[in-house]
Design a protein around this ligand. Structure first.
Ligand SMILES: [Zn+2]
Length: 258
């Protein structure tokens, strides 16, 4: 009889260990199309992005963005940023994560021998990049690509100051909930860039899933101003849509002054 109890006890222990192991096993879905993610959700927040589906595996990579920009190394051999933005109409989309301004084809950014097409721009509140450990209230990302594996994203910080006329035009039409607004007015995007295009440069990733490590980052040193009221209006629609700072993991940040 004792022998039986012993065997049963062993079986129960073995079963418990096996179930524990099963509980801990993370099954990552292969399909990302229906996956929802957020910045601070308990189950789908930024620390969980990497486990949401296999297509988001880059989110746990070694060359992620954003980063804290500090100790940049001046590099005079870096080509400058040559913006050839034409007037464009935009489709303003609130996708729940940001407000995205989808631009017409035809605006380009040339850097050395490469020419990238402007796809869209959008904003994060607070900024995603830090400079010497400090955040700005707002950062706009101008997303360009040359191919699916070569992106150039230009980050522009906004600081409270004079009112930004272009923003006034946009703000009137911001969808406050998920949805799209198509504006028929042509806008000159150059008004969203500072005159001096000095920049910091490093290699990184998209800052939202799938976090692909395909981005040449150009973060402009000079800020653009928007009034405190305008910044508050942006925040009123969407805020805290920024990813936490990632480690450089040996990457170098370069800088070029104009
Ligand atoms: Zn962005």
């Amino acid at each position: 009889m004792k022998h039986h109890y012993f065997l049963i006890t062993i079986a129960v222990i073995a079963f418990s260990i096996a179930s524990c192991k099963n509980d801990k096993k993370v099954i990552i879905p292969t399909d990302c199309t229906e996956v929802h993610w957020s910045y601070d959700g308990i189950t789908d927040g930024q620390d969980k992005w990497v486990d949401l589906c296999t297509g988001y595996s880059d989110c746990g990579g070694q060359s992620q963005s954003p980063v804290n920009i500090s100790g940049a190394i001046p590099d005079l051999t870096l080509p400058g940023l040559d913006f050839n933005y034409s007037s464009t109409t935009t489709e303003i989309e609130n996708n729940g994560h940001t407000i995205e301004f989808v631009c017409e084809a035809g605006s380009e950014l040339t850097i050395g021998t490469k020419t990238y097409q402007l796809l869209q721009f959008h904003y994060h509140a607070k900024s995603e990049h830090q400079v010497d450990g400090l955040y700005h209230p707002l950062e706009v990302h101008f997303v360009h690509n040359e191919s699916d594996t070569a992106y150039a994203v230009v980050g522009v910080f906004f600081e409270p100051g004079e009112e930004n006329e272009l923003f006034t035009e946009f703000l009137a039409h911001f969808p406050t909930e998920k949805g799209t607004y198509t504006d028929t007015t042509e806008i000159n995007l150059a008004g969203l860039l500072p005159e001096n295009k000095s920049f910091y440069h490093y290699s990184g990733s998209l800052t939202t899933p799938p976090c692909s490590e395909v981005v040449n980052w150009y973060v402009l040193k000079n800020e653009i101003s928007a009034s405190a009221t305008q910044i508050a209006q942006f925040e009123g629609i969407l805020k805290n849509n920024y990813r936490n700072i990632k480690n450089l993991n040996g990457r170098t940040i370069y800088s070029r002054d104009e």
